[in-house]
Design a protein around this ligand. Structure first.
Ligand SMILES: [Zn+2]
Length: 217
């Protein structure tokens, strides 16, 4: 359990280090058994101490401690309830991605790691007001089928079997958005064809890489 709090501190810092959120924006959580540990409301993700992660019982909704959890708690819990394999949820406000998707431009695969880590496509949901039932429903509906969801005029959500996996996805979303913008400025991007996507999905080496990501450090 202490280990998970250490990891939450580590990945919370990384979210800000990699410019995936600014100020108190974004929130992260991890699941251990029937308990979920969430970032507290009003904190920048890089200033949360090990004893400040808010413990919540996934089955009863009971909250422990004096700090309030992130206002996006229902979106986080909804993801864990929807899929048993999810052990970490990361919600970010990545600037390049946010600009791109708010202009109506989605992210599409045009290099191998995109397909291996983010999937063959990334759903993009229309803007809904944050921190409530609407955003929970919109995100959970997509998370049933995808590991990454883009939220127009808001940000992104990624999930994983470990914090490392969820974080890597969050980071890769923003890196992909940067590459896509560069490609769009330089000319016309040649996106992957269906066959090229299938080729990556069938690659054994990529399975190995994904398996490596799932091990805890
Ligand atoms: Zn947000």
């Amino acid at each position: 359990m202490d280990n998970i709090k250490k990891q939450l501190c580590k990945y919370g810092k990384l979210v800000l280090e990699k410019n995936l959120a600014a100020g108190p924006g974004g929130n992260i959580s991890a699941r251990v058994g029937d308990f979920v540990y969430l970032s507290p409301s009003g904190f920048a993700l890089d200033e949360i101490k090990e004893n400040q992660w808010v413990k919540v019982d996934l089955k009863t909704g009971k909250q422990y401690g004096r700090l309030k959890p992130t206002c996006e708690i229902s979106m986080h819990l909804g993801c864990y309830i929807a899929r048993d394999d999810i052990k970490a949820v990361i919600h970010t406000h990545p600037p390049v991605t946010l600009g791109l998707i708010s202009a109506g431009v989605g992210l599409k695969p045009f290099y191998p790691d995109f397909v291996a880590m983010l999937g063959r496509e990334i759903p993009m949901v229309e803007y809904v007001i944050p921190a409530g039932e609407e955003i929970r429903q919109a995100v959970v509906e997509q998370i049933k089928k995808y590991n990454v969801v883009l939220l127009k005029n808001h940000g992104a959500v990624s999930v994983g079997e470990t914090l490392k996996e969820a974080f890597t996805r969050a980071w890769m979303i923003e890196e992909s958005a940067k590459m896509q913008v560069v490609g769009m400025i330089a000319g016309k991007i040649r996106y992957f064809t269906e066959n090229e996507i299938k080729g990556i999905e069938n690659l054994k080496a990529e399975d190995y890489r994904k398996a490596l990501l799932k091990t805890l450090k």
